[in-house]
Write a protein that binds this ligand. Sequence first.
Ligand code: 9MR
Length: 569
Amino acid sequence: PGLEPASPLRVNQVGYVPGLPKRATLATGSTTPLAWTLRDSAGAAVATGQTTPKGQDAASDENVHVIDFSSFDRQGSGYTLAVGDAVSHPFDISTTAMSGLRYDSLAFFYHQRSGTPIEAEYVGEEYARPAGHVNVAPNQGDDDVPCRADLDCGYTLDVRGGWYDAGDHGKYVVNGGISAWQLQNSFERAALLGDEAALGDGTLAIPERSNGVPDVLDEARWEVEFLLSMQVPDAQPLAGMAHHKIHDEQWTGLPTLPHEDAQPRRLSAPSTAATLNLAAVAAQASRLWAPYDAEFSARTLAAAERAYAAAKANPDRIADPNDGTGGGAYSDPTVTDEFYWAAAELFATTGRYRADVTGSPLFGGESFDARGFDWGATGALGDVTLVLVPRDLAVDAIRSAIVSAADTHLATMAAMGHPAPYRTADGGYEWGSNGLIANNGMVLGLAYDLTGTQKYREGAFATMDYLLGRNPVDHSYVSGWGDQPVRNVHHRHWANQLDPSLPIAPPGALSGGPNSALQDPVAQRLLPGCAPQRCWVDHIEAYSLNEVTVNWNSALAWLSNWVAERSVP
Ligand code: 9MR
């Protein structure tokens, strides 16, 4: 598994869009231009040209050429490119090639729901499963969860619901929070600048699909309700803070479906980062839910304000970086960014908290850099909200920062054989590189939203090209999408590689992607010495480079919604 032959000729295996650049990459020993042919599904040559040699490419450690067939715009499916003996995977040229991806990538979140049965009616028989962690043996249930023994907090919490983070069954406030934020932001952006109806009621296969509320908000609410439940009750020390996470005492093996998990589950200590994350996401939920559910809108705002005040009173409670047994640590030593993000969301919702926004050292677009944002770097999320939501605040510097970050990403991409908007200082790729890439694709998309300048639109689509197959491992990193998609993601249910009676990943799940630090034994065994963009294998046990998580899928969902909308200029 994972060692499928990689074609030296790499394309977006899903499709290209008329009027936009159409580029592929060829790895070859040749240093002079080569002839390429584009064929239609019947095998007839429909366009020809010459490759452009780009020389040695550091990210892939290959000598590469670019094939540019941008001028060919005839819509169709089953196109292939060929150079000599090298043939690409088939692909479409169509304004709707990638349209359905937003719904598959959002479906991921329903699959990950905890505390509820996953019904065949929404996911098909193959992916249906009983409710997890509802106190039915061997589960102990998330309805009455105590703190870790070393905390002795003296109360239990009912923290049913939420999404499982990833291939494991942990629920982590900082990561679930940013993911809910990104789904909510996708809707908010569409409502303010684009096509809100595309994410409206009836667009997703979920139980709430005809309740009069946009489905993407319903899906995010499944997590927001969980976040609220993680708050320390009144009259307790640290009231209003949020517990950092809840997960199993020990790691479980693969496969283990949620309802089969027999491990005791425990709350970790409250943290400042988790508390501010809750404040930010609940404040954002409050303004988005105002037209649909006044009670929930008020409840989320009250929780957000309570959390924000508690974080101010407890500004340096950092989650234990070594607490990685039975669940991920998700420790974040710097919370300046979380303070800024929470203040920005509270300001956008209420008009108050202005001084906390403008007084932050991050105000003015200081959060944008070449790496981008993730669960530990959240300042940019506040900036995105401040530029989108109309308020009486000068945001020119933030807009400029977004646009100049997009320029940095375009410059990075221009120098790469397989362009991706992500670079680390030492040229390596880190755990979750595909999530960072998709988030920087979001920055490119926003730069286009703000300026209308084509190069940013092209950059966002090129980001999708990389994720969907124009990469050195010749795979689409999105399950079910493309001719050679990832299948064996690290997941305790989608474990077909280990148990043929279980399914592979359902369509729309994004693999974590190349990780040159090789942080698991399978990666270390199979990939020694790999070039950064080649440090990937489609193996279920390679968790440091082939896991799925809510935060990477929320980035994919945001970008695929944007791409679907912007496929027509
Ligand atoms: O996405 C997280 C990544 O940034 C960290 O480097 C890595 C190691 O701490 O953990 C990743 O998150 C994992 C989490 O700890 C547990 N659930 C699965 C997550 C994705 O692999």
